[in-house]
Design a protein around this ligand. Structure first.
Ligand code: HEC
Length: 106
């Protein structure tokens, strides 16, 4: 009985770890720091996003930018896009840009 309970606990932990892995560590950063302008789906269709003319990550202009360019924009800012250098670590920026790629519709 006790062992069965332990097995259930281990399975739940393993499953949660897999879910976190599938979402990627960038998802949390994105939701807390970027989604208010860029929208949860990356379309930029939030009130703040529209007011600042935030482009969709799936727009042709953004689709043709390299990962390095997206990382540079996140670090240095651009137009009304705030700079995140010093606010996020290099690893957090790499992760959040990787997450942005998952939002881009090809
Ligand atoms: C205050 C609103 C706002 C927030 C918050 C914000 N952005 Fe932006 N972002 C913008 C705007 C506006 C642009 C378009 C800049 C331009 O082209 O002039 C932009 C552009 C970008 C681009 C480049 C695409 C392009 O059009 O050049 C990337 C990459 C990006 N943002 C990533 C992020 C990430 C990652 C975060 C969170 C860590 C974030 N943004 C948070 C408003 C925001």
């Amino acid at each position: 009985m006790k062992n069965r309970f332990a097995l259930a606990v281990v399975s739940v932990i393993a499953f949660s770890a897999m879910t976190v892995f599938a979402q990627g560590p960038g998802a949390d950063t994105y939701k807390t720091k970027c989604a208010m302008c860029h929208a949860a789906d990356g379309s930029g269709a939030t009130p703040a996003g529209k007011a600042m003319k935030t482009p969709s990550f799936s727009s042709p202009e953004v689709m043709k930018m390299s990962t390095a360019e997206l990382v540079a924009t996140t670090k240095n800012g651009k137009g009304r896009m705030p700079a995140y250098s010093g606010k996020l670590t290099g690893a957090q920026i790499t992760d959040v840009v990787a997450y942005i790629h998952t939002l881009q519709k090809k």
